[in-house]
Design a protein around this ligand. Structure first.
Ligand code: MN
Length: 479
């Protein structure tokens, strides 16, 4: 190489009158020598020449040191790609894209595939280690010479990320359910958890970033069962009763951090970890891959049975049919996920839509709890019940679904019905009974709720309206 003109080779191959590529004058060289560790720019250009390849270029001493990668930049640390060392390019080339005319050197279309900055970890004649910060590429890459112009490029194994929140679904239905674009999963009523698996050890982290590993000791064998060096999984911890997710059964387990107590509870009420996504595997980040591809990678990793499994997803399924199946099986609902969606940590994304099975029915108002904060002086929540063989039984408290006008109307309607004692014929949980204002059970309202709990309570009831047309005595639980 001509030491006085590092671009002599580049220039000798190009005629500025014939190619749109930048061919700067030898006197004009910008860019400064990089200190070790200092940031420079990098660019990767997709080049549809006689053979498609990607040109990988790093700024160094005022030029772009370049390699041609026939298979592109590897994303899997286990698979190195060939990188053929080519002539240094001028700095101006970093922004070049366009068509190199037929008959010229490298004829074909050039587009910018990625660009950004990088840091030097090590720069020697036969080995270059860098950290890239681009749009598509980030993290450590090593290029090493294997003979002549041939080098290899290797992606460094990524450590598991430290802080990461799961991607969340938003309520809603796909506007135009295009079967080829969505997959439908059952919605599991449990506790969301990310599982960090590394060299046989498991760490479970809640949605809010809390370490909940000690709470679920029966899941400790998951890392060993998966049998890979490293994996980051996303799923739901669920307690099953009679084959159905039972959120109530999970409740006593959720707040236990004493290992001894957790081990005892794990024997009486064991949980199952339902894994529905994978974000990283053996140093390879997977979040940028489409959901469909992540599911394909996940499927063979989780041995079904025992305390973990990977529940099925239904690509192209009829949403209403799956929703009906979920209702028939007593499940909370379904989640529809776009097959081409990336995993966006911490985001509430319209790429994932949750559709819940709601129940509706009438209930009798038997009292109310005074409001707090911006509801001071108004109703906070309504204590409601249904009639059964034992009389009027408490079935829940309704604290949402009201407008301010509704609250004023209900306050007015309930005022003349006040009585000193509870009209319920059974007990009311202490936290709702005190302080409560009791009323004669005359007012009927309609509520929407997720489901009945085993204790005969409504999960998440919301006010829908007054039912003046209903006789309170007719209000019974509808199954
Ligand atoms: Mn090229």
């Amino acid at each position: 190489m001509d030491r006085t003109d590092p671009l002599a080779d580049y220039r000798s191959k190009r005629d500025p009158a014939r190619t749109p590529e930048p061919v700067p004058d030898p006197a004009v060289r910008d860019g400064a020598a990089l200190e070790g560790g200092a940031a420079g720019i990098f660019v990767v250009q997709e080049h549809h020449a006689r053979r498609l390849h990607w040109d990988f270029r790093l700024e160094r001493d005022g030029v772009l040191v370049s390699w041609a990668l026939p298979k592109g930049v590897p994303d899997d640390p286990a698979v190195n790609h060939l990188a053929v060392h080519t002539e240094d390019h001028p700095m101006e080339y970093a922004t070049f894209h366009g068509q190199i005319p037929r008959g010229e050197y490298g004829a074909g279309a050039v587009t910018i595939w990625d660009h950004g900055t990088y840091e030097v970890v090590k720069w020697e004649d036969r080995e270059v280690k860098v950290n890239l910060r681009g749009q598509r590429l980030s993290g450590g890459y090593t290029l090493f010479a294997t003979g002549g112009k041939n080098w290899m490029i290797h992606r460094e194994r990524l450590p598991l990320p430290a802080g990461l929140a799961p991607m969340l679904a938003v309520p809603g239905k796909p506007a135009l359910p295009a079967p080829g674009e969505w997959a439908v999963e059952m919605k599991w009523d449990g506790v969301r958890a990310l599982a960090f698996l590394e060299t046989g050890a498991l760490r479970l982290v809640s949605r809010t970033g809390k370490d909940i590993t000690a709470t679920y000791p029966e899941l400790a064998g998951l890392a060993h069962a998966v049998g890979r060096k490293q994996a980051l999984l996303d799923g739901e911890i669920v307690a099953f009763t009679g084959g159905r997710p039972d959120f109530e059964a999970l409740q006593p387990r959720m707040h236990v951090s004493s290992p001894a107590q957790a081990v005892r509870l794990a024997q009486t009420t064991p949980v199952t970890y339902l894994v529905f996504d994978i974000l990283q595997l053996d140093g390879r980040p997977l979040t940028a891959l489409p959901y469909a591809d992540r599911r394909e990678i996940l499927a063979p990793l989780i041995p079904n049975g025992g305390r973990w499994l990977s529940p099925p997803h239904f690509p192209g399924a009829d949403l209403d049919a799956v929703l009906a199946a979920s209702a028939a099986n007593g499940l909370e609902g379904v989640v529809a996920k776009r097959l081409d969606s990336r995993y966006e940590p911490g985001a509430r994304s319209g790429e994932w839509l949750k559709i819940k099975n709601h129940l509706r029915q009438e209930v009798v108002v038997a009292g109310w709890k005074p409001g707090k904060g911006n509801r001071t002086g108004l109703i906070g929540s309504l204590l409601v019940g249904v009639y059964g063989p034992e009389g009027l039984l408490y079935c829940g408290h309704v604290g949402t679904g009201f407008t301010d006008a509704t609250l004023r109307m209900l306050t007015r309607r309930l005022a003349p019905l006040r009585r000193p004692d509870s009209p319920f014929d059974g007990p009311v949980p202490a936290e709702y009974a005190r302080p409560a204002v009791w009323v004669e059970p005359r007012l009927v309202i309609e509520v929407e709720f997720d489901r009945w709990t085993n204790a005969g309570r409504m999960r998440a009831p919301a006010y829908q309206g007054l039912r003046d047309d209903k006789d309170p005595a007719d209000v019974v639980r509808e199954t």
